[in-house]
Ligand binder design. Structure first.
Ligand SMILES: CC(C)(COP(=O)(O)OP(=O)(O)OC[C@H]1O[C@@H](n2cnc3c(N)ncnc32)[C@H](O)[C@@H]1OP(=O)(O)O)[C@@H](O)C(=O)NCCC(=O)NCCSC(=O)C[C@H](O)C(=O)O
Ligand SMILES: [Mg+2]
Length: 283
């Protein structure tokens, strides 16, 4: 069954209180951040403390460790820690500012087994999205819309028009290679309505979920990226109608005045599968 990634919460790995709190938060996944959210003076201690933290009770929540860039003074030590004391304690290692598949090769050469995820947050990453997504060790991609906006010198707009080309290229690349793709953060963490609009846009584009920076954002993301009751009910009716059509030797059914073919049944089954995975996550 597919693991849900509706909500993917960043937690600074130097913030012990936030890491403890996340054990009871309704988040599908957690990114334990060693990069931007941790000050240079805290980085070595945060890395050392992560081993014990990752072993505490996160239940079914996916644990992802974001290391520092390999061009920084901490990246190589972070990667070695993921291959050493942190090995087997996280579901994935997230690499910032990936520009090409060759950047993944470097980390893959240090960390032998753990699945790799890539931050998609540079203009080169947008142009190389297909080769990055095709990398055999890559399991997921995360949009870094703050860094991308910085690199593009673009303005933040509610409709994210300046981001659309990059977002679209990354969704296409991830889907072409069957990888998870998570949307970027919404910085105004007290603005529920703005977050809801951005989540809906991401969901409509095909993103699997949204990265978040504060627990107050969880409910909106979880609701936006889950199938609605109406979608679940429609999926069930489509499957039932299609089964009946098949029993009568037909290849097409009609539900609510719209045709239902085999391809729609695949989508319907994915909807039910996702709804089941979310229900299991909730326990
Ligand atoms: C933004 C924050 C600094 C705000 O923190 P704070 O002032 O502590 O908020 P609150 O007082 O409202 O917190 C209430 C309680 O919630 C806990 N909390 C806060 N944030 C988190 C969290 N992320 N995960 C878990 N728990 C959290 C507090 O501890 C309070 O708990 P309690 O004591 O029980 O009351 C802070 O939210 C924060 O640091 N957020 C994460 C920032 C971060 O990770 N940034 C880096 C990732 S974003 C990025 O890099 C994007 C990308 O690369 C790009 O380019 O776009
Ligand atoms: Mg970034």
């Amino acid at each position: 069954m597919t693991r849900p990634y509706r909500s993917v919460l960043y937690i600074p790995a130097a913030n012990a209180r936030a890491m403890e709190k996340a054990q009871s938060l309704p988040t599908d996944a957690i990114i334990f951040d060693l990069e931007d959210a941790v000050s240079p003076s805290e980085k070595p201690a945060a890395r050392d403390a992560l081993g014990a933290a990752l072993e505490s009770g996160y239940g079914a929540r996916a644990r992802i460790v974001r290391i520092n860039g390999m061009d920084s003074e901490w990246g190589a030590d972070d990667a070695r820690a993921c291959a050493g004391p942190l090995a087997g304690k996280a579901e994935a290692v997230l690499i910032p500012k990936v520009n090409s598949a060759a950047d993944l090769d470097v980390v893959a050469g240090i960390i032998p087994d753990t699945p790799l995820w890539a931050m998609m947050e540079t203009p080169l990453a947008m142009l190389n999205a297909a080769e990055i997504a095709a990398h055999p060790r890559l399991a997921g991609m995360v949009m870094g819309t703050n860094d991308l906006a910085k690199e593009l010198n673009s303005r933040f707009r509610a409709d994210r028009l300046p981001m659309q080309a990059g977002l679209g290229l990354c969704v296409l690349a991830a889907k072409a290679h069957g990888k998870v793709i998570i949307d970027g953060v919404y910085n105004a963490f007290k603005d529920d309505e703005g977050l809801r609009i951005e989540c809906e846009q991401g969901r409509d584009m095909g993103f699997d979920g949204k990265t978040l920076i504060h627990p107050a954002q969880l409910a909106v993301a979880n609701a936006s990226f889950a199938p609605t009751e109406a979608e679940v009910e429609l999926a069930r009716r489509q499957i039932a109608a299609f089964d009946e059509a098949m029993a009568q030797g037909k290849g097409v059914a009609v539900v609510d005045g719209k045709i239902v073919e085999n391809l729609h049944i695949e989508t319907a089954r994915k909807t039910l599968d996702k709804a089941r995975a979310i229900a299991e996550m909730a326990g």
